[in-house]
Ligand binder design. Sequence first.
Ligand SMILES: *Cc1c(COP(=O)(O)O)cnc(C)c1O
Length: 442
Amino acid sequence: MQYRSTRGKVHGLSFSDAVMMGLAEDGGLLIPASIPKVDLSEKPYPELARHIFEQFAPGLPWTDFIARAYSKAKWPRGVAPLTKLGRHHLLELYHGPTYSFKDVALQLLGELFEHLLQARDDSMNILAATSGDTGGAAIYGVRGRERINIFVMHPKGRISRVQELQMTSCLEPNVFNLAVETDFDGCQQLLKELSSDLEFKRRYRLGAVNSVNWARVLAQTVYYFHAWHQLGSPDTIGFCVPTGNFGDVLAGWYAAQMGLPVERLVVATNDNDILARFFQTGVYRRGPAVATLAPAMDIQVASNFERYLWYRLGDDPLRDFSSAGEIRVEGGDPLWRAGRASREDILGTIRETYERHGQVIDPHTAAAVSVAQSFEEPLVCLATADPMKFPEAVTEALGHTPAFDRPGFEGLPTRCFTLKARSQDLREFVASAVDTKTPPPG
Ligand SMILES: *Cc1c(COP(=O)(O)O)cnc(C)c1O
């Protein structure tokens, strides 16, 4: 299987090259040259995963990767258990090491990176910016691995305490947490500046773990099949997915192209509803960015959307977006529906789900469950984070703090470096940590 860019200037990459490249060098996203059909017979999760990965990337030691990434020790309740919620279901994807669905992809990506770097006798320095969940999941994917350092910037004092402690309590010498004196956009700006400095990028072999990486989307296709098997392989199935960067729901769309009988894909957004508006009107136009109770979905321009649009519009589908401020796509696809959950919807749904079903859900999952309520047809709602990661919102919704069944991180020793929001300071930090194995003082 070969990989190509959505902008048409990068072709013929192997799976391994696509994983190492992350974002295509022409600025596009890497996609498979074709989408193979997969065998729909029921299999345990590890075998299902291996079968799917082999269609897209034959010849890698998938059995070993999967055994390590999805071990019982890391996922004590399994990778994607399904529970009933009235006429709908919850697909619980948050039982991994950092209690968010991002572990499904990032645990596997850690294995892949290490293997590929060993084969190439190379090393890599991952630079990431996080508003909360990605950073923790990425750190847990690569902590303690040889040949990889990871530098994760978070906006100082602006992420939840659980998210901060989860990252900073990783003391491995290859993990560098950077509390940057700016907001999340400021962190992303720094990441962009260093990644577009090609000389620095090559010299320090900067790598990326954000959801533009094809391996992340591929890893997420597996649980769509697994959910269908757990329901007894019905004639059709529908999903409702809390959406930010469009990586998770796109994996569901790929699963449908691979032969899973998906009849409905519902995109659930919070007040940042650019994608919900697109699927309702065919017009893709930026709105104001607002902070919500579901911060991992506070995204206006979703990077993975370009992958989907390529299948609708062809090469460089967002070419006119920045100049025109919007694009229009004619003709809908009956597979898609969309809805938006307001702050009140999210809080009300957390409360109702607890009162009716005795289940505590997090604000992102609540956005999906809220949108699913307006559908008569049964849907599988993807549950993307453990509620214990968002205790403030859950407490506000319920009027009390429930007994979370996960341990917290209070009292653990931490390691974190404070940085001014200046790209030169970041360059010096990375250079010093990589060249001398010690971060600069201060
Ligand atoms: C990242 C994240 C999402 C959004 O997923 P996308 O793939 O970016 O659409 C939803 N919920 C939680 C808890 C997340 O961490």
